[in-house]
Design a protein around this ligand. Structure first.
Ligand code: GDP
Ligand code: GDP
Length: 499
């Protein structure tokens, strides 16, 4: 075990302060039985695994995701067991293989696990070949697992390492997932890679944050740099999994007859119109709501965490339940919707299962639901006008583009930046448009500027002691939304006194 990398960095990046969804993803690859799951479990320390229902003890057929903690390092880790599929046939294994390829394409780094005691197994060579073919951009870190018995005799460790070099991915590190030996070595290998990656990501975002152009006359909306983080939430059985399948358009969410396979593997990222969309904690939501079936509650603590990670919250409702209950939202849904807005997230309401209403219910028909739901939501969340509501049938496979276009539209508004010059021209007009009953009560807003996007946040600089009342703030908010097409997203206005 060598000790390096300690003295080189003055101010190490603090991974614990980085949002989980932004962390790099490391996938653990290897032939069966090298200890992928054992390592995964050690890294996540059995917390926060997004998967349950492993089909049996020896074969892990699913892909699990968790947040790895290794010293002060944090990263997302994927445990994939799909490679055995290459050699086998059969429906489960075949499908799992394509999923693994998928996961690989979406991983930033790979840990290639081998068995120190077994040397190079023919399947290790297969894995290597497969990795070069499917993800040439990923240079894996090779780790010899199960090294604990070789640590004492340095010779055998060196012999094993020499052998593993045949894989052609450089020097291996020796670890033991079971005993924890070599975890520091793993840390030292990963840290510079992950830190470089994070610094690049943070720099890109920094460029964006500083790039708003005072003179530009159009909305400065970020289109591509920042991946959209979407949370699909809702009570059990409203159709979240079905919708997910429609969104992903692939077999990444396996819905099939094989026991234990249905919801185990949830891809966390997909593309739509050249844009990357991350799904935030989706497996967690599905799992949780399944477990809480009957209780009809959404765990508030957990949901808050998920909400804070997401940019846009897509709240799925069940059209038939709306008809039966004669109201749009049950308590848990109201709580989530309000919280989403309070936390400054973009909210998109999805009314699913619209196919069930066709021709069936006379009292509250298709059209009535379409009319009633937006109105009720307006009453439930009066502070944000025009929260978008879309009506779909996930089962019929319709709704993918409806949902995603709305999500993206909301996201773009949420990212809007309005140049100060334009805002102040607007301010003059809007203040003269409004008549105050008492002239003396008219606030003297000297100037107005947007200090932040995501969600759009403004500061009104008010002269003297005349402060903006709640009514004034509502008026300005409403005007901003109308004049700059910012309806449906939370907007914040703060005020400062100037002399
Ligand atoms: P996977 O198929 O690659 O996910 O492998 P598992 O994590 O299921 O591990 C396969 C077997 O190797 C299990 O019996 C583990 O207990 C064992 N194993 C995993 N890591 C180690 C290790 O570091 N040392 C030893 N001796 N056994 C290990
Ligand atoms: P989840 O618990 O929110 O993930 O819900 P699921 O996706 O598992 O769906 C629950 C049930 O509703 C399943 O039987 C689905 O087939 C059904 N379902 C989902 N979407 C629709 C839809 O658009 N129309 C109809 N009629 N049924 C649907």
């Amino acid at each position: 075990v060598t000790l390096r990398g300690f003295c080189t960095r003055a101010a190490p990046l603090d991974f614990t302060q980085i949002q989980i969804t932004r962390l790099p993803t490391v996938v653990i690859l290897g032939r069966p039985n090298v200890g992928k799951s054992a390592l995964f479990n050690r890294l996540i320390r059995r917390r926060e695994a997004l998967v349950y229902n492993t089909p049996d003890d020896h074969v892990t057929r699913d892909i699990r995701e968790g947040v790895a903690k290794l010293g002060d390092l944090r990263f997302r880790v994927l445990d994939s067991a799909g490679l055995e599929a290459e050699a086998s046939s059969g429906s489960i294994l075949h499908r799992t293989a394509s999923m693994t390829a998928n996961v690989l394409a979406r991983s930033n780094f790979a840990l290639f696990l081998t068995d120190a005691r077994a040397g190079v197994h023919p399947l290790d060579l297969e894995v290597g070949k497969w990795l070069r073919k499917h993800a040439p951009q990923i240079k894996p870190i090779v780790a010899m697992n199960k090294s604990e018995s070789l640590f004492d005799a340095n010779d055998s460790l060196a012999t094993a390492a020499n052998e593993i070099c045949r894989l052609g991915f450089g020097d291996p590190i020796a670890i033991s997932a079971e005993t924890g030996l070599g975890m520091h070595e793993l840390y030292v290998s990963l840290r510079p890679l992950l830190e470089d990656y994070m610094l690049r990501v943070l720099n890109d975002e920094g460029d964006h944050e500083n790039s708003h152009d005072e003179d530009s006359s159009n909305l400065d909306v970020d289109k591509s740099k920042l991946p959209l983080q979407l949370a699909i939430v809702g009570r059990p059985n409203v159709g979240k999994s079905t919708l997910l399948n429609a969104l992903l358009q692939e077999d990444r969410v396996l819905v099939g007859p094989e026991a234990g396979l249905t919801r185990d593997a949830i891809r966390t990222q997909f593309e739509f119109q050249g844009r990357t969309i991350y799904l935030v904690d989706t497996a967690g939501w599905l799992q949780r709501t399944k477990q809480e079936k009957g209780a009809a509650s959404l765990s508030i603590m957990q949901s808050r965490k998920s909400l804070l990670r997401a940019h846009i919250i897509a709240l799925v409702l069940d059209a038939e339940e709306i008809v039966n209950a004669k109201r749009s939202m049950k308590h848990a849904e109201v709580v989530i919707a309000r919280r989403a807005v309070e936390e400054g997230r973009g909210l998109v309401v999805i009314v699913n299962k619209m196919d069930l209403l066709r021709g069936k219910h006379k009292s509250l028909s298709y059209e009535k639901v379409m009319e009633a739901v937006p109105q009720e939501i307006q009453t439930i969340i009066p502070q944000v006008t025009g929260i978008p509501v879309v009506f779909i049938s996930a089962l019929e496979g319709r709704g993918r583009s409806t949902v995603l276009n709305q999500v993206i539209d909301t996201y773009e508004k949420w990212c809007s930046r309005l140049p100060t010059a334009r805002l102040n021209r607007w301010l003059q007009k809007v203040m003269s448009r409004h008549s105050w009953k008492d002239q003396a009560a008219q606030p003297k807003v000297k100037y107005f500027t947007q200090v932040k996007a995501r969600p759009p946040t403004f500061v009104a600089f008010v002269r003297g002691k005349t402060q903006l009342s709640q009514t004034d703030i509502r008026f300005l908010t409403k005007s901003l939304k109308e004049d700059f097409d910012l309806g449906g997203i939370p907007i914040r206005i703060m005020q400062r006194s100037v002399t």
